[in-house]
Design a protein around this ligand. Structure first.
Ligand SMILES: *Cc1c(COP(=O)(O)O)cnc(C)c1O
Length: 212
């Protein structure tokens, strides 16, 4: 049951030795409104979606329940307007062009959009994201994007070396005193991520069951 699964994940988080506060973000891609409501009913507030169209349906259905929506999927230019209008957080910024569009399209009546750079921490050619060597240059441009707040980094490391990758991420973010969010750790490696400084873990399968 989703309720019991959530309690188990919360317990796993609390059992890791850590001093930072950790936000549990429920990754709800492919899950129904009904499944999300079960998590909401036991207090889950943060949800993450990868695909815009299905996300918009859920956001609309679940309006008025004080939820916080995170976009974590790949972003094409033609998706930025609806992301800017409907989400609170975007974890998957990999290009300046996307950040610029989100900034320009963020409605003025909403708070600033909170964003993270997705870091290609293992330099994998098949993965999108910012290379470590590009971070410094990219960050300088966020100063002028007044409708965004750059809060930190997100990564999805290669599972064969995730301990080293998480540890590198922790060292990198320490170099930026104004960045306070490290989004890393999924169902199978949340403990390792938290030990290495994760402040947001993105959990799907261990809350909602295996995706088919
Ligand atoms: C699907 C997904 C997750 C959740 O993964 P689980 O193994 O189901 O916990 C986390 N982050 C991203 C970017 C995802 O696409």
């Amino acid at each position: 049951m989703i309720k019991d699964n959530l309690i188990k994940v919360q317990l796993r988080i609390s059992q890791v030795n850590h001093t930072q506060s950790v936000t549990l973000v429920a990754v709800s891609k492919t899950r129904s409104v009904y499944e999300l409501q079960q998590a909401i009913d036991v207090g889950q507030q943060h949800f993450a979606e990868n695909y815009l169209q299905e996300a918009l349906i859920k956001i609309n259905h679940l309006k008025g329940q004080n939820l916080i929506w995170h976009f974590i999927g790949p972003i094409q230019s033609n998706k930025t307007l609806k992301i800017a209008k409907n989400f609170d957080w975007v974890h998957s910024i990999g290009r300046l062009k996307i950040a610029q569009r989100l900034n320009d399209q963020r409605p003025k009546n909403l708070p600033k959009l909170k964003v993270l750079l997705q870091i290609n921490i293992d330099n994998e050619p098949t993965k999108s994201g910012v290379l470590v060597g590009q971070i410094d240059e990219l960050i300088t441009h966020f100063e002028s994007l007044k409708n965004l707040t750059l809060r930190g980094f997100m990564c999805v490391p290669n599972p064969f070396s995730s301990a080293q990758s998480f540890s590198r991420m922790e060292n990198i973010i320490k170099q930026y005193s104004n960045l306070d969010v490290l989004s890393m750790g999924m169902s199978h490696d949340l403990e390792l991520a938290i030990e290495n400084g994760a402040t947001s873990v993105r959990i799907g399968a261990d809350i909602f069951g295996k995706r088919t």
